[in-house]
Ligand binder design. Structure first.
Ligand code: PXP
Length: 256
C-alpha cells in the first residue's frame, strides 16, 4: 500500500488537570499547545468533559484562536456539547462515550446502540464544516456502522492493548501472544476502515514503551496521545524547574 504519513496530536488535558488542582491560571493549556506545536506536534487534542474536570469552555475558545496546526476536540454526543462545538468550530470533533464516575474514557463509543444520537451529531457538525471522528473499539461491526453513519474518520481505541501491556513483569509467552493478537485485530480493523473510505486514527493508553507495534500499522495515520507525554514532561522538566527556583531564592538573598 502507498505510505500514509503519520501525525501526532498531543492531548493537553492534563495541563488543565494540574491548573484545576489549584483553580489558578497556570499552567495554561494554550502555552502547552504552543510548545507542542513548536516541538513538531501535528495537532492538539483536548476533551471537554461534561463535568469540566480539566478543560474549561474558555480554554476551547483560546485554543481555537492559538492553535495553528489542527484542533481535535473530544466530546460526548450531547446537545450541550454539540452546541459548544458549533460555536467554537474546531477542525475535528471526536465523539467519545462518557460516564460521570470514570477516571478516563473507558472504551469506544458503541455507535450501533447510539446510532440515532451519533447520526444527528454528525449531520449537525458536518453542516457547519466540522469533520467528525468516532472513537470506537476495534470491532468490524462498529467500523461498518461508522462508515454508514457518515463519519470521516474512526479512532481505534487502544485501551485494551495498553492494558495488556500494563504488567511488564508478566510478559509470559501466552500474554505476548495475546498482545500480538490484539495488534493483529487493530491492524485488521484499520484495513477494513480504510476499505470503507474512512481515515484511521488510534489512541488511548499509548506510551513510549507500547507505541511501537501500533506505529508499525501503516494504515493508521493519526495518533492521539496525552497522559504519557504529559507525565514524562513533568519528570524530565522537574530538574530544571528545581534549579530555577533555587536560583530565584539565592539571587534574591544575594541582593540582600
Ligand atoms: N483518544 C481519546 C478518544 C481519548 O479519550 C483520550 C483520552 O482523553 C486519548 C486519545 C488520549 O489517551 P491518553 O491520555 O491515555 O494518551
Amino acid at each position: 500500500m502507498a505510505t500514509i504519513m503519520s501525525r501526532l496530536n498531543v492531548n493537553i488535558d492534563h495541563i488543565a488537570t494540574i491548573r484545576q488542582a489549584r483553580r489558578t491560571n497556570e499552567p495554561n493549556p494554550v502555552s502547552a499547545a504552543v510548545i507542542c506545536e513548536l516541538a513538531g506536534a501535528d495537532g492538539i487534542t483536548t476533551h471537554l468533559r461534561s463535568d469540566r474536570r480539566h478543560i474549561q469552555d474558555y480554554d476551547l475558545i483560546a485554543l481555537k484562536q492559538a492553535v495553528i496546526t489542527h484542533l481535535n476536540v473530544e466530546m460526548a454526543a450531547t446537545d450541550e456539547m454539540i452546541e459548544i462545538a458549533l460555536s467554537v468550530k474546531p477542525d475535528v470533533v471526536t465523539l467519545v462515550p462518557e460516564s460521570p464516575q470514570e477516571v478516563t474514557t473507558e472504551g469506544g463509543l458503541d455507535v450501533i446502540t447510539h446510532r440515532k444520537a451519533v447520526k444527528n451529531a454528525i449531520a449537525r457538525l458536518n453542516d457547519h464544516g466540522i469533520f467528525v471522528s468516532l472513537f470506537i473499539d476495534p470491532d468490524p461491526r462498529q467500523i461498518r456502522e461508522a462508515s454508514k453513519l457518515g463519519a470521516f474518520q474512526i479512532e481505534i481505541c487502544t485501551g485494551n492493548y495498553a492494558q495488556m501491556n500494563e504488567t511488564p513483569g508478566d510478559l509470559t509467552v501466552r500474554k505476548t501472544k495475546e498482545i500480538g493478537k490484539e495488534v493483529d485485530r487493530i491492524r485488521g480493523v484499520a484495513r477494513t476502515a480504510l476499505r470503507e473510505g474512512l481515515k484511521v486514527a488510534a489512541g488511548h493508553g499509548l506510551t513510549y514503551r507500547n507505541v511501537g507495534p501500533i506505529a508499525r500499522i501503516l494504515e493508521i495515520e493519526e495518533y492521539n496521545i496525552g497522559h504519557n507525554i504529559i507525565a514524562r514532561a513533568a519528570l524530565v522538566g522537574l530538574d530544571r524547574a528545581v534549579r530555577e527556583m533555587l536560583e530565584a531564592i539565592r539571587f534574591s538573598r544575594a541582593l540582600g
